[in-house]
Design a protein around this ligand. Structure first.
Ligand code: C5J
Length: 232
């Protein structure tokens, strides 16, 4: 079925759709993590959690594939480019000890997804060393193996990891929709501009729509299961 989206309606095919939730980690959303170490006001991201919870519940109820990502590195930092390590100049760098453990290091409390959006057993969690979720991960393999062609992307931050992942997905031939109220930035103006960039020029990277439109479409699809697309 089509849902209202910008720049034009988006064809939602639940059987071929994955909800991809990018980096909703304590390190970005809570005080004492990576985002705060870079001098950001992490409170700017708080509003993303509740709408994402609602969309996540609807996606789970509709049987969509749900994929979570986490940005972070091996404890020995062997997968951390020097260029990324040097970047930022914050009070704490990646690998340094902070109040939630070592910053952006796998296995530390800060690296975890916030409890409200915790993955369920069986939901893939992709650990990524870069900004894009396709870079140096098996995300594409997992999506292709399940016949996924449509990506609904949520998470933080809109202009960094969400945007990079949307572009990577678009270049790989996925139909990408960024969920406007389920993404956020430390800089509200970057959030708005990043969403504009996605859907500009007739959808150069993809589509943008609010979570309510998707939730309604999923409910309608559940009510008329014959509309669900056939697997290839
Ligand atoms: C950043 C991210 N902002 N998940 N990471 O460094 O957007």
């Amino acid at each position: 079925m089509d849902i209202e989206a910008r720049p034009y309606p988006y064809r939602l095919e639940p059987d071929r759709t994955a909800l991809v939730i990018i980096d909703m980690q304590r390190d970005f959303l809570q005080p004492g993590g990576f985002g705060a170490a870079l001098g950001n006001d992490v409170g700017q991201l708080a509003g993303v959690v509740a709408p994402t919870q609602r969309l996540l519940a609807a996606a789970r109820a509709s049987g969509l594939l749900v994929v979570h990502t986490r940005e972070g590195h091996r404890p020995d930092l062997s997968d951390l480019h020097l260029a990324k390590h040097r970047r930022g100049g914050g009070s704490l760098r990646i690998g340094d000890k902070g109040p939630m453990g070592r910053i952006l290091v796998r296995g530390e409390a800060g690296h975890d997804i916030v409890p409200e959006l915790a993955p369920l057993p069986g939901e893939p969690v992709v650990d990524k060393p870069g900004k894009g979720a396709f870079y140096a991960t098996d995300l594409e393999l997992m999506l292709r193996a399940r016949g996924v062609t449509q990506l609904l992307i949520c998470g933080v931050t809109t202009e960094v990891c969400v945007n990079t992942t949307a572009r990577e997905g678009n270049d790989r031939g996925f139909e990408v929709l960024v969920v406007s109220d389920c993404t956020g930035s430390y800089f509200p103006e970057f959030h708005l501009q990043a969403l504009e960039m996605i859907q500009a020029q007739g959808g150069v990277v993809g589509w943008v729509a609010p979570s309510d439109a998707i939730i309604q479409a999923l409910a309608a699809s559940a009510a008329s299961p014959r509309q669900r697309s056939a697997q290839p």
